[in-house]
Design a protein around this ligand. Structure first.
Ligand code: NAD
Ligand code: DAU
Length: 352
């Protein structure tokens, strides 16, 4: 059995669904159910006895220690985090609490559990920490993509908190011998993505006839990866990664934000045209830039390919079409996540 944290969120939810489709091995899923956690994502597992959901905080030592003692997982996979850069600018406290203190607590509880395992169980145990490319800071247009050897230069409260968590994970290996693995991934997109992030926000705003907000000049570059490819990379690193190593995960899909939004509009024009037959791109609106906005991210994922034979299955073109088709077909899930708290966030971030 494995213990997954944050498995009701976007990536963790996709990971749990895929895991149980591909493996017989059960999952204990520890999630605090913040605004970003959503049990609807896991609805198809309601009668699956291999999925044990526990509502709780990775920062609660007693709870985490009890789950480890009761379920005796062979691995912990840590997805739990505050994950939205704009929210970290409005209120960094939760990011320090969960991403730094929460990871520290999880590491400590895991270290004590791991220490008491038998020699065989100890040797096969892994702590896999899911992190981000944002820890490396920002790139100029002609810089090489981020490699695992790049220095950490985080620029936002979110990325600084993730960088701190990565350092803790590294230190728990170096000092205590905890068998850790870290993945640093680029921007994900796909089903069950909470619509505060660019791609799902643009899809839902377009369909609702609302403005499509582009920060600054829209020329910031992100390296997009379909979420199921991120999940397959995590499975590969879990099974074959070398203890103490970090692996960059990316899609080789660098795109400027404006290009991404135009692509979404063109696909929506094809799949669900506006009643007036004009393009959804007419709704594009340039708004004030994000403070400290990183200009470009790009991932060099060659280590993962060379050492573990992983490659993404989707291109941006195939993945974004699947994503839009999923949003067009998922009314109930969307209804539930776009409730009161979500509307409060939109007016705080974008005003009227
Ligand atoms: P998300 O915000 O969609 O989900 C986070 C989940 O963690 C939610 O279900 C939430 O309820 C849960 N959670 C938050 N605080 C918790 C706590 N204290 N205890 C237990 N559960 C808690 O995030 P996501 O986009 O799925 O990201 C998952 C992980 O992947 C994060 O660590 C993030 O930094 C990392 N990551 C995300 C991306 C991306 O593009 N979204 C890319 C690379 C890495
Ligand atoms: O790079 C990995 C990271 O990708 C993850 O670690 C984060 O958890 C995840 O949220 C994501 O961070 P970004 O800040 O890159 O994602 P977001 O979807 O918020 O923004 C993508 C780009 O689009 C970014 O340049 C900001 C811009 N943007 C975003 C929003 C929400 C807009 O122009 N308008 C918007 O309304």
């Amino acid at each position: 059995m494995i213990l997954v944290t944050g498995g009701a969120g976007f990536i963790g939810g996709n990971f749990v669904l895929d895991w149980l489709k591909l493996n017989a091995e059960p999952v204990v899923n520890l999630d605090k159910l913040t605004y970003a956690g959503n049990l609807d994502t896991l609805k198809s597992l309601e009668s699956d006895t291999r999925h044990k959901f526990v509502r709780g905080d990775i920062g609660e030592r007693e709870l985490v220690s009890r789950l480890l003692a009761d379920y005796k997982p062979r691995a912990v996979i840590n997805f739990a985090a505050e994950s939205h850069v704009d929210r970290s600018i409005h209120g960094p406290g939760d990011f320090i609490q969960t991403n730094v203190m929460g990871t520290f607590n999880l590491l400590e509880a895991t270290r004590h559990y791991w220490n008491d395992l038998s020699v065989v169980d100890k040797a096969r145990f892994r702590f896999l920490h899911v992190s981000t490319d944002e820890v490396y800071g920002t790139l100029a247009a002609d810089d090489a993509p981020f490699a695992e050897t790049n220095a950490y230069e985080p620029n936002s409260p979110y990325s600084a908190s993730k960088a701190a968590s990565d350092h803790l994970v590294r230190a728990w290996h170096h000092t205590y011998g905890l068998p850790v693995l870290t993945t640093n991934c680029s921007n994900n997109y796909g089903p069950y993505h909470f619509p505060e992030k660019l791609i799902p926000l643009v899809i839902l705003n377009a369909l609702a006839g609302k403005p499509l907000p582009i920060y600054g000049d829209g020329q910031q570059i992100r390296d997009w990866l379909y979420v199921k490819d991120h999940c397959s990379a995590i499975r590969r690193v879990l099974e074959s990664g070398s203890i103490g190593e970090t692996y960059n995960v990316g899609g080789w899909n660098e795109k400027a934000n404006l290009e991404v939004v135009h692509t979404i509009c063109a696909l929506l024009d094809e799949l669900q045209p506006r009643v007036d037959r004009k393009s959804y791109s007419e709704q594009i609106t340039f708004v004030q830039d994000r403070p400290g906005h990183d200009r470009r991210y790009a991932i060099d994922a060659r280590k993962l390919e060379r050492e573990l034979g992983w490659k993404p299955a989707e291109t941006f073109e195939t993945g974004i079409r699947k994503t839009i088709e999923w949003y067009l077909a998922s009314h109930d899930w969307i209804q539930n996540v776009t409730s009161g708290a979500y509307r409060d966030w939109l007016s705080k971030q974008y005003g009227a």
